[in-house]
Design a protein around this ligand. Structure first.
Ligand code: PLP
Length: 418
């Protein structure tokens, strides 16, 4: 390796310094936003990323390396979700892009095959905000349908909302807010009756559910084994434990996939084609995903999944024993949320759960504040095994403090626009 001159050393030291007050995700303090499978996996990802970070996935013909990384990553995920040699997909920059593309593909199919010009999407209130973004960007109506008391999609109510302009129905495995799996078999059956698309958002659960099933857990079917599922999104930059910028979108067949892609020659630059939303796109995430998936293999993912699942169970059990807390649902994978029991009026929580999050933040922990209803949310991953006992102690102390003092907290948000 080249010896660094003193100016580069200085600048890189500054870069490191600027991150000093960031979330300490490698220490397991973050129950959202970042995932960590240890220094070895991280190094594999970082080095692969650095090697390809400035290559361009816009034209994979010029970079056969990226073509290979993408093909093999997509093929592995396709195997995980029980696709076959007819199903096909692409790597994208993340769950949001995968979802944008699934919605765009459904809109396009509706337009081309059925002449639908005022398309709508029918989806449970629990489906990710990215679907809202997709409908907004691409001019579809979002028809949100209230979930059942167990937080799962209400398929009968969805059926009532579907009409001749519906191009897509959606289910999640699991949905983010409460961590439960929607009844995918029923949602997909609804899509089949109408011959429309059914997208399964497995951005969170795609990797975990695959390996939980291999570990012998009884997981309801959610992937391509379900008739009527037309596309699936699986994020690798979450439970694939690779660098940010990596997700996979798979379609049941190439015809369905063709509605996702874009080509034009209506400019002075000649033929232009792209599989996704981006033009120029870094090869770094593709190389990192390939490297981490090959480094870990299925055995690695089995081990990490088992650990994250055991930690999730431990946390869920603990929450159920802390006075005043209420687990929203028994977690189907490794996401959970909890709120506060209601007082005698049956409406007002006994204390403010957001103030509990603020108490945890004072101890260096980061959890999501979400709602409605006011809840905290934890995305448990392999890093948390080593800190969960400490977190549970801090959580019960934070709850006791808020209960005694009646403090109120502030609402949080998933992203910023400033
Ligand atoms: C994270 C997530 C998304 C969005 O993915 P990004 O990678 O944040 O763009 C969509 N759906 C679910 C269920 C998710 O957990």
């Amino acid at each position: 390796m080249r010896v660094m001159d003193s100016r580069s050393q200085e600048v890189l030291a500054q870069v490191a310094e600027i991150g000093q007050s960031d979330l300490r995700w490698k220490d397991g303090r973050a129950f959202s936003l970042a995932y960590y499978a240890g220094p070895e996996v991280q190094e594999v990802a970082d080095r692969a990323y650095a090697m390809y970070g400035s290559t361009n996935g816009l034209n994979a013909d010029a970079f056969p390396s990226l073509k290979k990384f993408q093909a093999e990553v997509v093929s592995t995920v396709n195997r995980w979700v029980h696709g076959d040699d007819i199903s096909a997909g692409f790597m994208t920059s993340g769950g949001t892009e995968s979802i944008l593309l699934a919605v765009k593909a459904a809109r396009e199919r509706g337009r081309k095959e059925f002449g639908i010009t005022q398309p709508n999407v029918v989806l449970p209130t629990s489906a990710h905000a990215a679907f809202e973004k997709a409908c907004y960007y691409f001019g579809l109506e979002s028809r949100r349908v209230v979930v059942r008391p167990d937080w799962r999609a209400d398929v009968e109510a969805m059926r009532q909302s579907v009409d001749e302009n519906t191009v897509l129905v959606v289910g999640s495995a699991p949905q983010y807010p409460q961590g439960v799996i929607d009844p995918i078999v029923d949602i997909a059956a609804l899509a089949r009756e109408r011959n429309i698309n059914c997208h399964v958002d497995a951005c969170m659960g795609g990797v975990t559910l695959t390996f939980l099933e291999q570990l012998g857990e009884d997981i309801q079917l959610w992937d391509f084994r379900v008739d009527g599922v037309t596309s699936i999104s699986v994020d690798l930059h979450k439970y694939g434990y690779t660098s940010k910028g990596a997700s996979v979108i798979l379609h049941r067949n190439r015809q369905l996939r063709s509605y996702q892609t874009f080509t034009t020659d209506n400019w002075l630059g000649g033929f232009y084609g792209s599989s996704g939303v981006l033009g120029t796109k870094s090869g770094g995430p593709m190389a990192a995903a390939w490297a981490v998936m090959n480094y870990l293999g299925d055995e690695g993912y089995l081990r990490l999944t088992e650990s994250a699942r055991a930690t999730t169970r431990q946390l869920a059990d603990a929450i159920q024993t802390i006075d005043g807390l209420q687990l929203r649902a028994i977690p189907d994978s490794t996401l959970l949320s909890f709120g506060v029991q209601l007082g005698d009026d049956g409406v007002t929580p006994l204390f403010d759960v957001y103030a509990v999050a603020d108490g945890l933040a004072a101890k260096g922990w980061y959890v999501d504040k979400q709602g409605p209803p006011d809840s905290l949310h934890c995305t448990v991953n392999a890093v948390h095994h080593q800190v969960i006992d400490e977190f549970i102690v801090d959580l019960s102390h934070a709850v006791a403090k808020v209960r005694d003092a009646g403090t109120t907290g502030s609402m949080g948000s998933y992203g910023t626009i400033e």
